[in-house]
Design a protein around this ligand. Structure first.
Ligand SMILES: Cc1ncc(C[n+]2csc(CCOP(=O)(O)OP(=O)(O)O)c2C)c(N)n1
Ligand code: SF4
Ligand SMILES: [Mg+2]
Length: 206
């Protein structure tokens, strides 16, 4: 009974918009923890700021709701203090590829054994829809009313180029069964692993 999905649910009711793709990430993580039989007390979820970052409130594990762009160094500290723990980071594209990119590159270079899940909705959603480093060129957002002028970051080749021995993959949340499989694969990897999850923000996306 202990390794059922509901064992990883906290008593806090999620505050995300109805139908937000973050619900799939939450369910996928709970399902993978149960499948891999990881005891709750051995899991530390470090989340960033943003809609995705609220996930730590909804999980029955140890958790730290960190600062914007600082979830990765916080997670590295946890892992160094107790290497037996499964240390999971949940972060948005703004936190991972904007504010926290320097920390991400450092973690990839050193191949720290942490598992990073990026809820990549191509926007700063909690702050109501400004352009992020993964916003597609030409997209009109609150901060780019005439269209985003820059080329977006493509995290998979970028990070592979920094350290080819890490696991870094992309998946689209429109395919939940593939998403769930990749969440398990990411958690099982020995060493640094990052799953970039393409999502659409229902309130501020296209
Ligand atoms: C240091 C710092 N800078 C800026 C902010 C304001 N802020 C809060 S959430 C957020 C955007 C988060 O976007 P993302 O990481 O993509 O997460 P999402 O809300 O899209 O899930 C920003 C800029 C902050 N809280 N702290
Ligand atoms: S604003 Fe977008 S990312 Fe945030 S909870 Fe709503 S749908 Fe999800
Ligand atoms: Mg975002």
């Amino acid at each position: 009974m202990k390794n059922q999905i509901y064992n990883y649910k906290s008593k806090v009711v999620p505050t995300w918009c109805p139908g937000c793709p973050n619900f799939l990430l939450l369910t996928g993580l709970q399902q993978a923890f149960a499948k891999l039989k990881i005891p709750n007390h051995n899991i530390v979820v470090v989340s960033d700021i943003g809609c995705a970052g609220n996930i730590s409130n909804f999980l029955n594990t140890y958790r730290i709701h960190s600062l914007h762009g600082r979830a990765i160094p916080t997670a590295i500290g946890v892992k160094l203090a107790n290497p037996k723990l499964t240390v999971v980071v949940v972060v948005g594209d703004g936190g991972a590829y904007g504010e926290g990119l320097n920390h991400l590159i450092t973690a990839v270079r050193a191949n720290y054994d942490i598992k990073v899940f990026v809820a990549n909705n191509h926007l700063y959603s909690l702050t109501t829809g400004q352009a992020s480093p993964t916003t597609k060129t030409g997209t009109k957002t609150k901060s780019t009313p005439f269209g985003y002028a820059l080329k977006p970051i493509d995290p998979v080749p970028l990070l592979k180029n920094v350290n080819s021995s890490i696991l870094v993959e992309n998946v689209d949340s429109k395919n939940p069964s593939k998403l769930f499989k990749k969440i398990t694969k990411t958690l099982k990897h020995q060493g640094f692993a990052l799953l970039d999850i393409s999502q659409v923000c229902l309130s501020f996306g296209n």
